[in-house]
Write a protein that binds this ligand. Structure first.
Ligand SMILES: [Cu+2]
Length: 332
Protein backbone atom coordinates (compact mmCIF):
# COMPACT_ATOMS: atom_id res chain seq x y z
CA UNK A 1 0.00 0.00 0.00
CA UNK A 2 2.85 2.39 0.65
CA UNK A 3 4.49 4.48 -2.04
CA UNK A 4 7.22 6.27 -0.18
CA UNK A 5 9.48 7.21 -3.14
CA UNK A 6 6.74 9.31 -4.72
CA UNK A 7 5.95 10.74 -1.31
CA UNK A 8 9.40 12.01 -0.42
CA UNK A 9 11.03 12.98 -3.71
CA UNK A 10 9.76 16.55 -3.61
CA UNK A 11 11.91 17.52 -0.69
CA UNK A 12 15.52 17.12 0.30
CA UNK A 13 17.03 18.97 3.20
CA UNK A 14 20.49 20.44 3.00
CA UNK A 15 22.73 22.13 5.50
CA UNK A 16 21.97 25.62 4.17
CA UNK A 17 18.20 25.17 4.60
CA UNK A 18 18.58 23.80 8.08
CA UNK A 19 20.97 26.63 8.98
CA UNK A 20 18.75 29.42 7.70
CA UNK A 21 15.67 27.90 9.26
CA UNK A 22 17.42 27.34 12.58
CA UNK A 23 18.98 30.81 12.75
CA UNK A 24 15.79 32.69 12.00
CA UNK A 25 13.61 30.65 14.32
CA UNK A 26 15.72 30.51 17.45
CA UNK A 27 18.33 32.10 19.67
CA UNK A 28 21.93 31.11 19.15
CA UNK A 29 22.15 28.63 22.02
CA UNK A 30 19.06 26.74 20.98
CA UNK A 31 20.21 26.84 17.37
CA UNK A 32 23.55 25.33 18.25
CA UNK A 33 21.80 22.58 20.19
CA UNK A 34 19.49 21.80 17.30
CA UNK A 35 22.27 21.85 14.73
CA UNK A 36 24.12 19.50 16.97
CA UNK A 37 21.24 17.02 17.03
CA UNK A 38 20.35 17.43 13.38
CA UNK A 39 23.69 17.58 11.67
CA UNK A 40 25.80 15.21 13.68
CA UNK A 41 24.06 12.18 12.21
CA UNK A 42 25.06 11.71 8.60
CA UNK A 43 22.74 13.24 6.05
CA UNK A 44 22.02 9.79 4.65
CA UNK A 45 19.65 7.89 6.89
CA UNK A 46 21.02 4.55 7.98
CA UNK A 47 18.54 1.89 9.02
CA UNK A 48 19.58 -1.67 9.92
CA UNK A 49 18.15 -4.10 7.36
CA UNK A 50 15.10 -5.94 8.64
CA UNK A 51 16.64 -9.34 7.80
CA UNK A 52 19.22 -8.71 10.50
CA UNK A 53 16.50 -7.97 12.98
CA UNK A 54 14.66 -10.60 14.91
CA UNK A 55 11.74 -12.14 13.09
CA UNK A 56 8.63 -12.93 15.03
CA UNK A 57 7.14 -16.37 15.10
CA UNK A 58 3.75 -17.58 16.22
CA UNK A 59 2.05 -14.19 16.23
CA UNK A 60 -0.29 -12.46 13.83
CA UNK A 61 2.00 -9.60 12.96
CA UNK A 62 5.55 -8.49 13.58
CA UNK A 63 5.97 -5.42 15.82
CA UNK A 64 9.45 -4.87 14.36
CA UNK A 65 7.83 -4.30 10.97
CA UNK A 66 5.11 -2.10 12.48
CA UNK A 67 7.83 0.27 13.74
CA UNK A 68 8.80 1.58 10.32
CA UNK A 69 5.71 0.65 8.30
CA UNK A 70 4.00 3.78 6.94
CA UNK A 71 0.87 3.55 4.79
CA UNK A 72 0.95 6.35 2.18
CA UNK A 73 -2.25 5.12 0.50
CA UNK A 74 -2.84 5.46 -3.24
CA UNK A 75 -2.87 8.74 -5.12
CA UNK A 76 -5.91 9.29 -7.36
CA UNK A 77 -6.81 12.11 -9.72
CA UNK A 78 -10.46 13.14 -9.66
CA UNK A 79 -11.79 16.26 -11.39
CA UNK A 80 -8.38 17.89 -11.35
CA UNK A 81 -7.89 17.22 -7.68
CA UNK A 82 -5.47 14.78 -6.08
CA UNK A 83 -6.86 12.45 -3.45
CA UNK A 84 -4.84 10.19 -1.20
CA UNK A 85 -6.95 7.11 -0.61
CA UNK A 86 -6.54 4.54 2.16
CA UNK A 87 -8.31 1.24 2.80
CA UNK A 88 -8.85 0.06 6.35
CA UNK A 89 -10.68 -3.12 7.35
CA UNK A 90 -11.90 -3.97 10.85
CA UNK A 91 -11.89 -7.62 11.92
CA UNK A 92 -11.46 -9.78 15.01
CA UNK A 93 -8.47 -12.01 15.55
CA UNK A 94 -6.70 -13.70 18.43
CA UNK A 95 -3.41 -12.25 19.64
CA UNK A 96 -0.97 -14.40 21.55
CA UNK A 97 0.05 -11.81 24.15
CA UNK A 98 2.49 -14.15 25.88
CA UNK A 99 3.00 -17.88 26.27
CA UNK A 100 -0.03 -18.16 28.58
CA UNK A 101 -2.50 -15.50 27.46
CA UNK A 102 -4.37 -15.20 24.19
CA UNK A 103 -6.73 -12.30 23.63
CA UNK A 104 -9.47 -11.73 21.06
CA UNK A 105 -8.57 -8.37 19.56
CA UNK A 106 -10.62 -6.08 17.39
CA UNK A 107 -8.13 -4.76 14.89
CA UNK A 108 -7.59 -2.76 11.71
CA UNK A 109 -5.83 -4.37 8.72
CA UNK A 110 -4.94 -7.33 10.94
CA UNK A 111 -2.70 -5.46 13.36
CA UNK A 112 -2.66 -3.63 16.70
CA UNK A 113 -2.11 -0.72 16.40
CA UNK A 114 -3.83 -0.23 13.05
CA UNK A 115 -1.93 1.05 10.00
CA UNK A 116 0.09 4.26 10.36
CA UNK A 117 -1.67 6.45 7.79
CA UNK A 118 0.45 9.26 6.43
CA UNK A 119 -0.34 12.32 4.31
CA UNK A 120 0.89 15.86 3.76
CA UNK A 121 -0.86 18.87 5.23
CA UNK A 122 -3.57 20.18 2.92
CA UNK A 123 -3.95 16.99 0.92
CA UNK A 124 -7.40 15.57 0.45
CA UNK A 125 -7.55 12.17 2.12
CA UNK A 126 -10.20 9.51 1.73
CA UNK A 127 -10.45 6.52 4.03
CA UNK A 128 -12.53 3.56 2.88
CA UNK A 129 -13.47 1.89 6.14
CA UNK A 130 -14.79 -1.66 5.75
CA UNK A 131 -16.26 -3.26 8.83
CA UNK A 132 -15.96 -7.02 8.53
CA UNK A 133 -16.25 -7.53 12.27
CA UNK A 134 -19.42 -8.78 13.96
CA UNK A 135 -19.75 -5.63 16.12
CA UNK A 136 -20.34 -2.07 14.93
CA UNK A 137 -17.27 0.16 14.80
CA UNK A 138 -16.12 3.50 13.40
CA UNK A 139 -12.99 5.53 12.71
CA UNK A 140 -12.79 8.84 14.52
CA UNK A 141 -9.79 11.00 13.56
CA UNK A 142 -8.23 13.73 15.64
CA UNK A 143 -7.31 16.88 13.68
CA UNK A 144 -9.74 19.26 12.00
CA UNK A 145 -12.60 18.18 9.70
CA UNK A 146 -16.34 18.74 9.19
CA UNK A 147 -18.72 17.14 11.69
CA UNK A 148 -20.01 14.65 9.09
CA UNK A 149 -16.50 13.19 8.96
CA UNK A 150 -16.07 12.92 12.72
CA UNK A 151 -16.54 9.15 12.81
CA UNK A 152 -18.83 8.79 15.81
CA UNK A 153 -21.65 7.01 13.95
CA UNK A 154 -21.68 3.20 14.06
CA UNK A 155 -20.69 1.34 10.89
CA UNK A 156 -22.45 -2.01 11.05
CA UNK A 157 -21.09 -5.43 10.14
CA UNK A 158 -20.51 -5.76 6.40
CA UNK A 159 -20.84 -2.02 5.71
CA UNK A 160 -18.32 0.45 4.28
CA UNK A 161 -18.09 4.08 5.39
CA UNK A 162 -16.10 6.70 3.52
CA UNK A 163 -14.36 9.40 5.51
CA UNK A 164 -13.02 12.23 3.37
CA UNK A 165 -11.45 15.50 4.50
CA UNK A 166 -8.40 17.71 4.10
CA UNK A 167 -5.46 16.56 6.22
CA UNK A 168 -5.08 19.42 8.70
CA UNK A 169 -3.23 20.58 10.66
CA UNK A 170 0.23 19.05 10.30
CA UNK A 171 1.15 17.01 13.34
CA UNK A 172 0.65 13.60 14.87
CA UNK A 173 -2.97 12.59 15.30
CA UNK A 174 -4.52 9.45 16.73
CA UNK A 175 -7.51 7.73 15.22
CA UNK A 176 -9.71 5.27 17.04
CA UNK A 177 -13.10 3.62 17.10
CA UNK A 178 -15.67 5.82 18.83
CA UNK A 179 -18.48 3.37 19.55
CA UNK A 180 -19.64 2.97 23.17
CA UNK A 181 -18.23 1.74 25.39
CA UNK A 182 -15.23 3.45 23.87
CA UNK A 183 -12.94 2.11 26.60
CA UNK A 184 -13.70 -1.40 25.39
CA UNK A 185 -13.47 -0.65 21.67
CA UNK A 186 -10.10 1.04 22.13
CA UNK A 187 -8.61 -1.44 24.56
CA UNK A 188 -9.58 -4.28 22.21
CA UNK A 189 -7.21 -2.73 19.65
CA UNK A 190 -9.05 -0.25 17.40
CA UNK A 191 -6.60 2.65 17.24
CA UNK A 192 -3.61 3.92 15.33
CA UNK A 193 -1.68 6.96 14.17
CA UNK A 194 -2.43 9.46 11.42
CA UNK A 195 0.72 11.43 10.63
CA UNK A 196 0.23 14.70 8.77
CA UNK A 197 3.57 15.95 7.51
CA UNK A 198 4.29 19.66 7.27
CA UNK A 199 4.43 20.82 3.61
CA UNK A 200 8.21 21.30 3.83
CA UNK A 201 8.70 17.88 5.44
CA UNK A 202 11.10 17.17 8.27
CA UNK A 203 14.85 16.50 8.06
CA UNK A 204 15.93 12.93 7.23
CA UNK A 205 15.84 10.50 10.14
CA UNK A 206 15.30 6.87 11.01
CA UNK A 207 11.56 7.26 11.64
CA UNK A 208 9.54 4.90 13.76
CA UNK A 209 6.18 4.64 15.42
CA UNK A 210 5.47 3.47 18.93
CA UNK A 211 1.89 3.20 20.15
CA UNK A 212 1.30 2.28 23.77
CA UNK A 213 -1.78 0.19 24.52
CA UNK A 214 -3.28 -1.66 27.48
CA UNK A 215 -5.10 -4.98 27.59
CA UNK A 216 -8.01 -5.55 29.98
CA UNK A 217 -7.92 -9.34 29.90
CA UNK A 218 -10.71 -10.07 32.42
CA UNK A 219 -13.06 -7.12 31.76
CA UNK A 220 -12.49 -5.55 35.17
CA UNK A 221 -11.86 -2.05 33.74
CA UNK A 222 -8.19 -2.36 34.58
CA UNK A 223 -5.28 -3.37 32.40
CA UNK A 224 -3.48 -6.58 33.18
CA UNK A 225 -0.98 -6.24 30.33
CA UNK A 226 0.53 -3.38 28.34
CA UNK A 227 2.43 -3.19 25.07
CA UNK A 228 4.35 -1.06 22.65
CA UNK A 229 2.89 -1.86 19.21
CA UNK A 230 0.59 -4.68 20.19
CA UNK A 231 2.63 -7.45 21.82
CA UNK A 232 3.74 -7.17 25.47
CA UNK A 233 7.52 -7.17 26.00
CA UNK A 234 8.18 -7.65 22.30
CA UNK A 235 11.01 -5.11 22.10
CA UNK A 236 12.44 -6.43 25.37
CA UNK A 237 12.80 -9.81 23.68
CA UNK A 238 13.55 -8.37 20.20
CA UNK A 239 15.50 -5.12 20.74
CA UNK A 240 15.07 -2.39 18.15
CA UNK A 241 18.24 -2.02 16.11
CA UNK A 242 19.39 1.51 15.35
CA UNK A 243 22.76 2.90 14.31
CA UNK A 244 25.09 4.96 16.48
CA UNK A 245 24.85 8.73 15.75
CA UNK A 246 21.80 8.25 13.52
CA UNK A 247 18.99 10.71 14.23
CA UNK A 248 15.90 8.75 15.30
CA UNK A 249 12.47 10.33 15.00
CA UNK A 250 9.96 8.57 17.19
CA UNK A 251 6.23 9.14 16.78
CA UNK A 252 4.86 8.09 20.16
CA UNK A 253 1.18 7.80 21.16
CA UNK A 254 -0.47 6.82 24.42
CA UNK A 255 -3.70 4.88 23.74
CA UNK A 256 -3.83 3.16 27.14
CA UNK A 257 -7.37 3.17 28.54
CA UNK A 258 -8.20 3.03 32.29
CA UNK A 259 -4.85 4.50 33.43
CA UNK A 260 -5.09 8.32 33.47
CA UNK A 261 -1.59 8.96 32.16
CA UNK A 262 1.67 7.29 31.35
CA UNK A 263 5.24 8.46 30.88
CA UNK A 264 7.84 7.49 28.31
CA UNK A 265 11.49 7.37 29.30
CA UNK A 266 14.71 6.47 27.48
CA UNK A 267 17.92 5.49 29.21
CA UNK A 268 21.32 7.19 28.97
CA UNK A 269 20.16 9.90 26.60
CA UNK A 270 17.93 12.96 26.17
CA UNK A 271 15.32 13.62 23.49
CA UNK A 272 13.94 16.72 21.81
CA UNK A 273 10.16 17.04 22.20
CA UNK A 274 7.91 18.34 19.39
CA UNK A 275 4.61 18.45 21.22
CA UNK A 276 1.74 16.84 19.26
CA UNK A 277 4.10 17.10 16.27
CA UNK A 278 2.78 20.66 15.90
CA UNK A 279 6.15 22.39 15.70
CA UNK A 280 9.25 22.26 13.52
CA UNK A 281 11.49 23.36 16.37
CA UNK A 282 11.66 21.48 19.68
CA UNK A 283 9.58 22.69 22.63
CA UNK A 284 11.79 21.11 25.25
CA UNK A 285 14.44 18.53 25.99
CA UNK A 286 14.02 15.73 28.50
CA UNK A 287 14.44 12.02 29.05
CA UNK A 288 10.92 11.47 30.35
CA UNK A 289 7.60 12.82 29.10
CA UNK A 290 4.07 12.46 30.48
CA UNK A 291 1.13 11.73 28.20
CA UNK A 292 -2.56 11.49 29.07
CA UNK A 293 -4.65 9.09 26.98
CA UNK A 294 -4.54 10.13 23.27
CA UNK A 295 -1.61 12.48 23.84
CA UNK A 296 1.24 12.03 21.36
CA UNK A 297 4.49 13.67 20.46
CA UNK A 298 7.50 13.48 18.19
CA UNK A 299 10.70 12.67 20.07
CA UNK A 300 14.12 12.98 18.42
CA UNK A 301 17.43 11.61 19.64
CA UNK A 302 20.58 9.86 18.56
CA UNK A 303 22.81 7.59 20.62
CA UNK A 304 26.51 8.50 20.80
CA UNK A 305 27.63 5.20 22.28
CA UNK A 306 26.87 1.68 21.08
CA UNK A 307 25.13 -0.77 23.38
CA UNK A 308 21.73 -1.88 24.60
CA UNK A 309 19.56 0.78 26.24
CA UNK A 310 16.18 0.37 27.94
CA UNK A 311 13.09 2.43 27.20
CA UNK A 312 9.87 2.18 29.21
CA UNK A 313 7.24 4.20 31.07
CA UNK A 314 8.49 5.31 34.46
CA UNK A 315 5.32 3.92 36.01
CA UNK A 316 7.26 0.79 36.69
CA UNK A 317 4.17 -1.35 37.22
CA UNK A 318 3.22 -0.63 33.61
CA UNK A 319 6.76 -1.38 32.45
CA UNK A 320 6.81 -4.63 34.39
CA UNK A 321 3.56 -5.72 32.79
CA UNK A 322 4.67 -5.42 29.18
CA UNK A 323 5.74 -1.87 28.24
CA UNK A 324 9.45 -2.61 28.24
CA UNK A 325 11.94 -2.52 25.41
CA UNK A 326 15.53 -1.93 24.31
CA UNK A 327 17.31 0.02 21.64
CA UNK A 328 20.25 -1.96 20.34
CA UNK A 329 22.68 0.74 19.18
CA UNK A 330 25.02 -0.66 16.53
CA UNK A 331 28.50 0.86 16.29
CA UNK A 332 29.31 2.59 13.02
CU1 LIG B 1 -15.42 -0.29 17.76
Amino acid sequence: MSNSSEYFNTKTWNRRQILSWGLTGLGMTATAAILNTRLKPSSKVKIPPLEEQSEATNINFNPTRILRDFDYGQLKQENGRTIREFEVTAKSSTLQLNSAISFVSWNLNGRVPGPTLRAKAGERVRILFHNQDGSSHSMHFHGTHPVEMDGVKPVRHGKTEIYEFDAEPYGVHPYHCHIAPVTRHISKGLYGLFIVDPPEGRPPADEMVMVMGGFDINNDQKNELYAFNGIPNYYRDHPIQIYQNQLVRLYVLNMIEFDPAVTFHIHANMFQVYRTGRTLTPNEESDVITMGTAERHILEFSYSYPGRYMFHPHQDAIAENGCMGYFDVIAT
